[in-house]
Design a protein around this ligand. Structure first.
Ligand code: ATP
Ligand code: MG
Length: 424
């Protein structure tokens, strides 16, 4: 039996990669316009990094990591998220001496052992952005606006909602968790089994539960915003003020706590109504204290992760993959030999060109050219060659013209330039 891909892991096929390139290009363009530089990180790390960086009590560390011993006996883990790795690199390479904030982005595959379904995979891709070493709430607002500008660049702005919240500092949280438990305990029987367990381990996670039966209880839970310290409350007020100044709409959602332990103060999420239960396309927040927890300097940080698969799903069918501009059709061996250097020259000039190999019938080659989406077909047989001519057919208007063979490179370059201008 032929071997298939692992469950929850998928190939991104050529029919989809055009969309992926567009999403990746938008991320790169927007992030770099805001002064972020790319960093490329390994996809596996010492297991300890994630246990310490994400938190032992999170779903990710408890149930979702791909962990294995390598041949040397070290425990390694395929990264389930990028922030811990990025901070490891920040500390390891002494980024803290650079002017603050240090602005970095990265993108690539992440690995989580989850139940696969639409928009949820075991290998998926994120684009991650982190601004490090800056406490000013202006950076929170700037990072959030950059995220929304990424979606705007893809024409998705209208279909997404930005939710923001503050979960306060570690001290505020203890007081809130006590209030939350007081509220949740009497409702324990109406919560899912998972949430009943969370009451004892990590009650905040109940607010993040996706099970429909838990939602009525979650909706009436006390607001964490009533438990903020004056400093945390002031920080959140500033963030909202700066978002207003930049004309960025948002909804304050007090139940937005996010699934990772390291967040403090600002948290945010971008949601869509178009992807069913997998409604979060990006999320992030502030994680002051995390760098120190990883034995680095006491630098604060804020960042987000975009779920690339979900962004691509949202784009739907609106983007076609690249098609050739010119299809060269030699009929026979000698015409092939004469068209090969023409094809090479066009390709060197950046014109997407396909070359047939001279051994099939003209009708089949024309069908193929039409299917590939090429704009022009060039037909050269022995008769044309003998006369020093070539036929150029516009596959859209179906008009044909006759050109001197020697003029082909120049004529085709000009036509390709026109076709590109029309497309833009
Ligand atoms: P969710 O609530 O959907 O489980 P999360 O809170 O676990 O998401 P984060 O760890 O914050 O997600 O990751 C940021 C983004 O990465 C999510 O908003 C989502 O778009 C995407 N993402 C997370 N897990 C997966 C997955 N298994 N498959 C595809 N995309 C994912
Ligand atoms: Mg999750």
């Amino acid at each position: 039996m032929a071997i298939k891909a692992v469950r929850g892991v998928r190939d991104i096929l050529p029919s989809e990669t055009g969309k992926w390139q567009r999403v990746e290009g938008a991320a790169r363009g927007v992030f770099e316009a805001y002064g972020y530089r790319e960093i490329r990180l390994p996809i596996f790390e010492r297991t300890e990094l994630f246990a310490r960086g994400i938190g032992d009590e999170t779903d990710i560390v408890k149930k979702e990591m791909y962990t294995f011993d390598d041949r040397g006996g070290d425990s390694l883990t395929l990264r389930p998220e990028a922030t811990a790795s990025l901070l490891r690199a920040y500390i390891e390479h002494g980024f803290q001496v650079e002017p603050k904030p240090v602005r970095l982005y990265t993108a690539g595959p992440m690995f989580r052992y989850e139940r696969p379904q639409a928009g949820r995979y075991r290998q998926f891709h994120q684009a991650n952005v982190e601004a490090l070493g800056e406490l000013n709430p202006a950076v929170d607002a700037e990072v959030i606006c950059m995220l929304m500008d990424f979606f705007r660049a893809l024409g998705l702005g209208e279909r997404l909602a930005l939710h923001v919240n503050s979960i306060g500092d570690a001290g505020d949280r203890a007081a809130y968790i006590a209030r939350l438990l007081e509220y949740l305990r009497p409702h324990a029987a109406s919560l899912c089994g998972e949430c009943q367990g969370r009451l004892g381990r990590n009650p905040l996670r109940v607010l993040d539960c996706k099970v429909p039966d838990c939602q009525p209880v979650i909706e009436k839970a006390p607001s964490i915003l009533d438990s903020l310290s004056p400093e945390a409350a002031k920080h959140f007020e500033s963030v909202r003020g700066y978002l207003d100044v930049m004309g960025q709409p948002y909804t304050v959602t007090p139940r937005l706590v996010r699934g990772l332990d390291y967040y403090v103060r600002t948290t945010f999420e971008v949601k869509t109504a178009d992807l069913g239960a997998q409604d979060a396309v990006a999320g992030g927040g502030r994680y002051d204290g995390l760098i120190e927890q990883l034995d680095g300097p006491a630098d604060p940080g804020i960042g987000f992760a975009i779920g690339m698969e979900r962004v691509v799903l949202l784009l739907g069918e609106q983007h076609q993959s690249a098609s050739p501009v010119v299809q060269l059709i030699p009929l026979g061996e000698e015409p092939l030999r004469r068209l090969m250097p023409v094809a090479r020259g066009l390709r060197q000039a950046g014109v997407a060109t396909e070359l047939a190999y001279g051994d099939r019938k003209l009708q089949r080659e024309l069908e193929r050219a039409n299917r590939s989406g090429a704009r022009y077909a060039v037909i050269v047989g022995e008769t044309e060659l003998a006369a020093g001519r070539a036929v150029i057919r516009d596959l859209r208007s179906r008009q044909q013209r006759d050109e001197a063979f020697a003029e082909l490179p120049g004529v085709l370059l000009a036509l390709a330039r026109e076709a590109r201008a029309e497309r833009a």
